[in-house]
Design a protein around this ligand. Sequence first.
Ligand SMILES: [Zn+2]
Length: 68
Amino acid sequence: MKIRILRVLSVRANGPGVVAFVDDQLVKWNPKRGWITECDCEGDEDTSCPHVDALLDVLDPRVMGATA
Ligand SMILES: [Zn+2]
């Protein structure tokens, strides 16, 4: 998948969040609201979709607050 990252701030940053385009689908993460996906593939449900999974693949888990 083609991933274009607009914004990545880890949970340790001030105002953390992730915004990226994955195959032209906008994928956003906001720690206060959990994963929010805006995809033509699955509407605006918060459930996981291939675009979110693809983005998670290229992010270090620590961005999302995982330890080790
Ligand atoms: Zn999707």
